[in-house]
Design a protein around this ligand. Sequence first.
Ligand SMILES: C[S@@+](CC[C@H](N)C(=O)[O-])C[C@H]1O[C@@H](n2cnc3c(N)ncnc32)[C@H](O)[C@@H]1O
Length: 107
Amino acid sequence: MRDLLDGPDYKVRLLKMDSVTAAKEFYNHMRFDMIFIDGAHEYESIKADILAWRPLLSKGGLFCGHDFGNNADAIAVQSIWGVTEAVTELIPNYRRAEGSIWYATEF
Ligand SMILES: C[S@@+](CC[C@H](N)C(=O)[O-])C[C@H]1O[C@@H](n2cnc3c(N)ncnc32)[C@H](O)[C@@H]1O
């Protein structure tokens, strides 16, 4: 990451703060072509992340995240089950990609 963090043409900006707080800081002046949600996996946490970050997506942007799962393994891991529950509830037209990735481009 160091190369991406350093210099005037930086590609990565590190924000040492809660994800929902970060979303609030961006709300008035930034929109993103892609947002990848991969923070805490408990239902209430990912619900908060989805609700905070979805408004920051550019029109036609890619909203996606990790650790969606509805197979036996995922059900056994409660933290992953929260992702499935929240995404299904809040993003009815979500789609699945490779592995445990979920994504949506229209809402
Ligand atoms: C599943 S890990 C994924 C980390 C990274 N995306 C990766 O693939 O290496 C989730 C990370 O999000 C952090 N996290 C959990 N809840 C958070 C929150 N509300 N705000 C910011 N970070 C959070 C955790 O400490 C952990 O480092």
